[in-house]
Design a protein around this ligand. Structure first.
Ligand SMILES: *[C@@H]1O[C@H](CO)[C@@H](O)[C@H](O)[C@H]1NC(C)=O
Ligand SMILES: *[C@@H]1O[C@H](CO)[C@@H](O)[C@H](O)[C@H]1NC(C)=O
Ligand SMILES: *[C@@H]1O[C@H](CO)[C@@H](O)[C@H](O)[C@H]1NC(C)=O
Ligand SMILES: *[C@@H]1O[C@H](CO)[C@@H](O)[C@H](O)[C@H]1NC(C)=O
Ligand SMILES: *[C@@H]1O[C@H](CO)[C@@H](O)[C@H](O)[C@H]1NC(C)=O
Length: 534
């Protein structure tokens, strides 16, 4: 049965906050002797659309491999280097000059972690961490990069003396000697407080006190914080909020929290019964949805929270229990340990907003296929010139350049002019080369699947292009846009999810979020679908 659809849509861009939106990254630990070369890893990472990567050193092969990939790196200075970095400014300067600057900015670097979990370190690293951070910052300032590359240091939850209930979260006062100057440093330089969080260990070590469901974001009940009344459905949020409360108790209210490690092992020793591929997949899938959705935590709803999943590969050289070597998302041969979608597929909130807005965008103006090339060209020149139409999108390499023919370009320009000028008949004249269509845009339709994809993508491209316009009339011409640009930055899964809904409902409401790619905003897209099959 050939059902045809008209897509009547209005597109609203809800401008939330430029460039905010939480991201998911992955830790690329290399404590193994069987891993692929960094070049291969760079391909793997891109293939899986991983955009943020934490490494634990500044290995040159790795930095080179990620040049021009768009992947943003967090690089590290290991604890063993804290003493030299803290002692002499010149050590930090030299490192920056030799290990970072030759590869930057071809390789994107946004953070330097100076030391890692110093409270767990045996060699008194905590005494040197802040002086080392200060020297690294000074080195960055000398080359003018201190605003682009942030300096911080990671912590384990061992930095806390109390994390439950979250409102009673407090740092262990025996760490005050380095923690106080560090927090001052972070606040002053707008650097995040970095924490490694492992609900896995909390569950493994106290399975009677902690439920597995609570640890892996599957709990149907809530834990209430008696002091604040806040309800917690998972341990991750509870631990993050404990940190916010601990920071707040010391009057550091502006410091943001960043999770530099979290994850779940897929295999463990016989006693580690929770270390299974299923639990690992559940934890990480739920984590990604939670983060991408910008849910925030009960104490900080909607707050940006960037999270790195530990770890890219299983690392066979890590000492300790079996689970230690099985945190990876991938085996060294680059096959997946379990499926994981970094785009947070399926996490879309289909009910946001609610009301489909009634828009009148039901008529369009396109170029007549009978018009002569010269007339069309003149009309396009006029529309894009005196007509004040922004014709950027039909320029080479722009989203609506393809298909590269005059009728398509003219249609784009005509319709833009028409919509901008009240959609009156006169606004679609163009010396007789414009044609108003309002009844049967389905003449463009090939199949509704294809159409829908195309429409969605093209609208999003235009959303990116016309971020300043709050309301975009919808045009059948968008069918002709090609998709190349957008696919890089938008979660394709969105379109597929949407299609399922279209089949069953007349009205679909989506919430879409760009994944920090080309479009630095969050927005909702409201689409009304009218079935016009006779
Ligand atoms: C760590 O370093 C600090 C400052 O150098 C020193 O006062 C302290 O005694 C050292 N602690 C240990 C356990 O070495
Ligand atoms: C605080 O840290 C000290 C030194 O690391 C440790 O001995 C003590 O047990 C910690 N206190 C708490 C409550 O965790
Ligand atoms: C996404 O966030 C909204 C509120 O912002 C929440 O109601 C919804 O449950 C979240 N979805 C998921 C999958 O976490
Ligand atoms: C949708 O519109 C109806 C009627 O105008 C209104 O009562 C309702 O609150 C709206 N819902 C939302 C989510 O805006
Ligand atoms: C918009 O809708 C109203 C009422 O349905 C109608 O009178 C008007 O002509 C429409 N405008 C356009 C441009 O289609």
């Amino acid at each position: 049965m050939a059902t045809r659809f008209i897509f009547v849509a209005s597109l609203f861009l809800i401008y939330l906050d430029c460039c905010s939106g939480s991201f998911i990254g992955v830790c690329y630990g290399r404590n193994a002797d069987d891993l692929p070369t960094p070049d291969k890893v760079a391909q793997l990472v891109q293939l899986h659309k991983i955009k943020y990567l934490r490494i634990y050193d500044s290995n040159i092969q790795v930095l080179k491999a990620f040049a021009n990939t768009g992947v943003e790196l967090m690089v590290g200075i290991p604890n063993s280097d804290l003493i030299p970095f803290s002692q002499f400014q010149s050590n930090a300067d030299t490192w920056l000059k030799n290990s970072i600057l030759p590869y930057y900015p071809a390789t994107k670097i946004a953070y330097i972690t100076v030391g890692a979990e110093v409270t767990e370190s045996q060699n008194n690293a905590s005494s040197f961490v802040v002086p080392a951070m200060t020297n690294v910052l000074t080195a960055l300032k000398k080359v003018g990069l201190h605003k682009k590359i942030k300096v911080s240091s990671t912590h384990s939850l061992g930095v806390m003396s109390r994390s439950f209930p979250p409102s009673a979260g407090a740092f262990n006062s025996s760490h005050a000697h380095f923690l106080k100057p560090m927090l001052e440093f972070l606040a002053e330089n707008q650097s995040p407080f970095m924490i490694d969080i492992y609900p896995y260990y909390a569950y493994r070590d106290s399975p009677n006190k902690v439920s597995l469901d609570y640890a892996i974001f599957e709990s149907s009940s809530e834990v209430i914080d008696p002091n604040t009344g806040l309800l917690y459905t998972n341990m991750f949020d509870s631990q993050i909020d404990a940190i916010y409360f601990a920071l707040s108790a010391l009057n550091f209210r502006t410091i943001k929290v960043m999770v530099t490690e979290t994850g779940w092992p897929s295999k463990g020793s016989p006693k580690e019964t929770a270390a299974t591929p299923d639990n690992a997949q559940t934890y990480n899938t739920n984590l990604i949805r939670h983060v991408i959705n910008n849910t925030g935590t009960p104490a900080k709803p909607g707050e940006e929270l960037d999270v790195y999943v530990f770890s890219l590969f299983n690392e066979n050289r890590k000492p300790g229990l079996e689970s230690e070597r099985n945190w990876g998302l991938f085996y060294p041969d680059q096959t997946s340990v379990y499926n994981l979608d970094f785009t947070g597929r399926g996490a879309l909130d289909m009910t946001t907003g609610g009301n489909v807005t009634k828009s009148n965008g039901t008529s369009w103006c396109i170029a007549s296929s009978k018009a002569s090339q010269i007339d069309l060209q003149n009309a396009v020149d006029w529309a894009c010139g005196s007509g004040n139409v922004d014709c950027t999108a039909i320029q080479p390499s722009q989203p609506c350049f393809e298909p590269d023919n005059l009728v398509s370009h003219a249609s784009y320009a005509f319709n833009s002019y028409y919509q901008q000028n009240g959609a009156s008949d006169i606004a679609c004249s163009f010396g007789g080369t414009g044609v108003k269509v309002d009844k049967d845009p389905s003449m463009f339709i090939t199949t509704h699947h294809q159409l829908f994809h195309t429409y969605l993508y093209c609208m999003l491209i235009l959303a990116c292009t016309y971020v300043s316009m709050l309301e975009m009339p919808f045009s059948s011409l968008f069918v002709k846009c090609e998709l190349k640009e957008l696919i890089k930055s938008i979660n394709i899964a969105v379109a597929e999810t949407a299609i399922d809904s279209i089949m069953t409902r007349n009205v679909v409401v989506f919430a879409l979020r760009s994944l920090n790619g080309g479009c630095c905003f969050s927005y909702s897209l409201f689409i009304q679908v009218n079935d016009i099959s006779e």
